[in-house]
Design a protein around this ligand. Structure first.
Ligand code: MD3
Ligand code: FE
Length: 203
């Protein structure tokens, strides 16, 4: 693994092609039980361009009332489907954290989709790292420091890459500037899926 900045570890191509295909198959089952929905911004209700779903005991949601973790899908009202075992195993292999992940947010980025620079601070446990897995088209990812004014660096995230954010990087600003269409043949539809595995509560 490469340490990009303090607390940011990158494993390019961590998942080989067969492992990526198996993960996509498992995710199609997740999405059948918990369809992608379009979250919207607190207060304004402006829709996100990224579509989302979750698996695991808790899922991250955003609507007019705010950002939060909850046990059920905001549209079906059903509990989130279980996390595929391969995700729990990847967390055990890479996170260095001695408790299992509780939430896996599944983000779908169609061509032209962005995610503005933000911090992830809706979790109670900032001691646990966040693990990201990328599938499908390459994304231009940007990460800065813990102040919005800090300098940022850009990184291409390709299908199969794993990234871990912990310690001093756990509250770093980060975002997705663009998706590069046609850079992967993994998915049937153009775009990118990102999985973020997290611990939400204190163990
Ligand atoms: C750095 N997702 O869901 S993953 C998010 O590609 C999110 O879907 C992006 O930002 C995506 O909140 C980026 C990389 C990532 C995830 C969590 C982080 C970077 C992070 C938490 C702290 C610092
Ligand atoms: Fe984030």
């Amino acid at each position: 693994a490469l340490e990009l900045r303090p607390g940011v570890m990158h494993w390019p191509g961590y998942l080989d092609r067969p492992a990526q295909e198996a993960l996509v198959t498992a995710l199609r089952e997740v999405v059948r039980e918990a369809p992608f929905y379009t979250p919207c911004m607190p207060r304004t209700g402006k829709p996100f361009s990224v579509r989302m779903t979750n698996c695991g005991s808790l899922g991250w949601v955003s609507d007019k009332a705010g950002y939060r973790y909850q046990r059920t899908h905001p549209e079906t009202g059903r509990p989130w489907p279980p996390m595929p075992a391969v995700l729990v195993e990847t967390w055990q292999a890479l996170s260095g954290y001695p408790h299992p992940p509780e939430a896996c947010l599944v983000n779908f980025y169609g061509p032209g989709t962005r995610m503005g620079l933000h911090q992830d601070r809706d979790e109670e446990d900032f001691d646990a790292p966040v693990l990201s897995l990328s599938l499908g088209d390459t994304a231009l990812f940007r990460i800065g420091g813990t102040s919005r004014r800090d300098a940022t660096v850009s990184l291409r995230l390709s299908s199969g890459d794993a990234l871990l954010f912990g310690g001093p990087a756990r509250l770093a600003f980060h975002g997705i500037d663009r998706i590069m269409p046609g850079t992967s043949t993994l998915l049937r539809e153009p775009g990118r899926i990102n999985l973020t595995l997290r611990r939400v509560t204190r163990p």
